[in-house]
Design a protein around this ligand. Sequence first.
Ligand code: ASP
Length: 451
Amino acid sequence: MKVVKFGGSSVASAEQLVKVKDIVISDTDRKFVIVSAPGKRDKADIKVTDLLIDLATEILHDSENASATFNQIVDRFRDTAEGLEMDLAIIDKISKQLNDLINSGITAQPAYFTDAIKAFGEDANAQLIAAYFSGLGYEASYLNPQDAGLFLSDNPGQARVLPESYQNLYKLRKQDGIIVIPGFFGYTKDGKLVTFSRGGSDITGAIVANGVKASMYENFTDVSSIYVANPSVVHNPVAIEQLTYSEMRELSYAGFSVFHDEALQPAFIADIPVAVKNTNEPHAPGTLITRTRPKNNLAISGIASTSGFASVYIKKYMMNREVGFVRRVLSVLERYGVSFEHIVSGIDDIDVIFKEDALSKKELEEMIAEIKAETVADAVEKRDNLSLLMLVGEGMIENIGNTARATKALSNADINLEMINQGSSEISVMFGIIEEREDDAVRAIYKEFFN
Ligand code: ASP
């Protein structure tokens, strides 16, 4: 049994849904189909999820734009249904459901209201796709995550799976036909709809794959492969045939958006291979993600980079002798609800790196003042506009000199290293650089390792 997940661009139009149908029916193992909300049909288009977020905000602010946005959303589904020559009763049903949601009285709890509206793109699309398959004579049904027993933690917009979901999902193996499940959301134990973070349909797919003990989790998107570097930064980069879960986790954390970084764990713990494939070119081999992979002669599997980080630099003479110093710093971060991404330390100083959007400017200033007071440091300074560049590869464990080659390449490109961090697993090295030089840095490292 396979779980197949289709991303937003794969389910954005009638034309794409014909491809989805062909892919699903071409392999009888493809039983569980997880779908995103309709994504962009072209560069200028707007994702249905973004329209839904606008709609939720407009309703919460009593904006008169709400009815136009409502119509725009329903029209997206109508266009698809018309293109597939479906019975348009499904559109009346979708329109009524959205209307009922808006009037369900949960506007009093804005976070849950926003999640319920935000998830509607997936929910409506799954119903439409199941109806499309059945209309063609295939045995297919829509399954709501609540009926599937997909229970999540009570964190709107950031929910995590509750372990009991896996046993509930296992029962679905017995159900006949193709089962179409909307991605991106589930329910709390007391019945509130909550979503994962953005891009979270990948997570649903991985959870279902784990729950039903699938032989494979196929993730269909709009690229034929994962590449060693971002194709919009490096011209024609080398394609990756196979990666380990750990490599993929590091790469997706640092900007490889093709696969959600939280989607690996459920597949990893059940040892389910993940194949990233292209809906527009389904026969291309794609990229396979597994626990281990055959060795190749490359030390580096991928180069990822991501911007939007800030750090607090703390300097105190004899910091190395002060017991509990980092704990005191982190206790301040904890009070501000900030989780750190990396810590880079020296004898007398540390840099604590976190996501820039974790705090407002004012909160950051207050936090710095508190760190100063708490640690009696000689200096506490903030640094922003920081990008992280990650060199990832299991091959680095056995290969000497990769960091040397990378730093040389960066120095030749006149790029200053703000910080360096190598995890003890030795499968990744992180460089902190200023945002403006991020793309140049990726190109310099690519050239060094792959040209
Ligand atoms: N539709 C959601 C988003 O745009 C989830 C997904 O597509 O995975 O974030």
